[in-house]
Design a protein around this ligand. Structure first.
Ligand SMILES: *Cc1c(COP(=O)(O)O)cnc(C)c1O
Length: 424
């Protein structure tokens, strides 16, 4: 393995790294938007992953089965729709480090957060607070605020936000542990993003879960930016619940089906409060259509409606690719790609008077690097796009870049520097 000190800022060197890459053939499984006849440098897989070439085939199969069988497709389709979601479970569970019984693909992310909080945010008069990171993704903030209000508590009192210290971008994890300790008698739930969407900071989910449990709280994570990006061990870390979307690193297409995890230890408790629907009913007797709800003994209990098959078919295309690549190999490449990007940003800084400031902590990160471009505004982002480089822009001046190990190359990183440096 090449160490950062041996990295070189040349096209030839980037190409050598690509040749040594065991996962290099996976790039060909994805469709890249084109710029002047060439693949764009796509660094926004953390926002919307690229389309696998097999997605079209998977969706066509379902359209064809629908045409051929009509309603009978629920049982007679090549992949019967009745149980379609089960085709995704094992592969998804492997990605997030869960048991299959703990994992289900259903609904969408924010919906899943709400459904899971119905079961796992059970505030009492004295224990009602939720601890989260400041500037969480807006949807998470609204979800937490509305849950707190729904239970009759005041937002400012019930939601504890942990901020980065003055002048810093990342949160000091000691501040999280101190807050848990400080509020240990009133804390009902910890709900944090596994990776902060803005700074790219990865939180120590294992340690936070342990600290939360010690304080008597339950612990859930939003894994929107973590699923398919980090090595997760939700089961072993003893996390209570988690939810994620599949259109970011998991490449299932815009608005794709979400995912959810409920730890095994909660599954035996059939008395857990929940918002139920027919797809959460025991599947052996679901179609007796009896009025008594018999909950499934897996995370499938939280399913409400029948599965969105086209979205599931798209998701399956990508999960099949993940299973082929394997998370361990992806993580290894991810680390190396991200280090190379960091190195190249350093090279730009040498040429351009240190105008780029990386705000993502180098020790706690996945494959995202967020950069503050001092003195530059949105025109810089537009110029990158005009030149075939697609990062993501967050006001006022943050460029987020995600070199994704499934389909990005070391050469992409070389071209990123080649385009960006002259614009500064
Ligand atoms: C992307 C993202 C969302 C989006 O929520 P949807 O319900 O899928 O629209 C929510 N939370 C976080 C942390 C995200 O990164």
């Amino acid at each position: 393995m090449v160490e950062a000190a041996e990295f070189k800022n040349t096209l030839e060197f980037a190409k050598t790294l690509d040749e040594q890459d065991n996962l290099k053939s996976f790039r060909k499984k994805f469709i890249f938007p084109q710029h002047k006849g060439k693949d764009v440098v796509y660094f926004t897989g953390n926002s919307l992953g690229l389309q696998p070439k097999t997605t079209l085939f998977n969706i066509q199969q379902e359209l064809q089965d629908w045409a051929q069988f009509g309603v009978e497709g629920h049982f007679r389709a090549q992949n019967p729709w009745m149980s379609y979601h089960e085709l995704l479970t094992d592969k998804m569970a492997a990605i997030v480090g869960a048991l299959p019984a703990e994992t289900v693909m259903m609904n969408q992310l924010t919906v899943n957060l709400h459904l899971l909080m119905v079961s796992f945010y059970r505030p009492t008069k004295t224990r009602y607070k939720i601890l989260c990171e400041a500037k969480a993704f807006p949807s998470d903030q609204y979800a937490l605020q509305s849950q707190v209000k729904f239970h009759g508590f005041k937002m400012d009192d019930a939601i504890i936000e942990i901020h980065p210290r003055e002048g810093e971008y990342a949160i000091n994890e000691n501040d999280i542990f101190e807050a848990i300790e400080k509020h240990k008698d009133s804390l009902a739930l910890i709900m944090i993003g596994g990776v902060n969407f803005f700074s790219g900071q990865v939180f120590d989910m294992k340690a936070i879960t342990e600290a939360g449990h010690k304080a008597g709280a339950l612990v859930g994570f939003d894994l929107a930016h973590a699923a398919g990006n980090l090595k997760l061990e939700l089961h072993n870390w003893n996390v209570d619940f988690a939810a994620w979307c599949s259109y970011k690193y998991l490449n299932s297409g815009p608005g794709g089906v979400g995912g959810a995890f409920v730890h095994e230890k909660h599954l035996a408790n059939t008395e857990l409060p929940m918002f139920a629907g027919w797809w959460g009913h025991d599947k052996q007797t679901r179609f007796l259509m009896d009025k008594t709800f018999i909950p499934m003994k897996t995370a499938e209990r939280w399913q409400v409606s029948n599965a969105p098959i086209f979205s599931m078919a798209a998701c399956k295309a990508s999960l099949d690719i993940f299973a082929e690549a394997g998370m361990d190999a992806l993580i290894e490449k991810s680390n190396k790609l991200t280090k190379y990007l960091e190195f190249m940003i350093g090279e730009i800084n040498k040429e351009k008077n240190n105008c780029l400031h990386i705000i993502t902590p180098s020790k706690n990160r996945g494959c995202q690097i967020s950069i503050v471009a001092h003195g530059y505004g949105k025109p810089l982002f537009h110029k990158l796009i005009e030149n075939g480089v697609v990062p993501d822009w967050r006001e006022p001046n943050v460029i987020r870049c995600a070199p994704v190990p499934l389909y990005n190359s070391f050469e992409d990183i070389y071209w990123f520097k080649d385009v960006l440096s002259p614009l500064l």
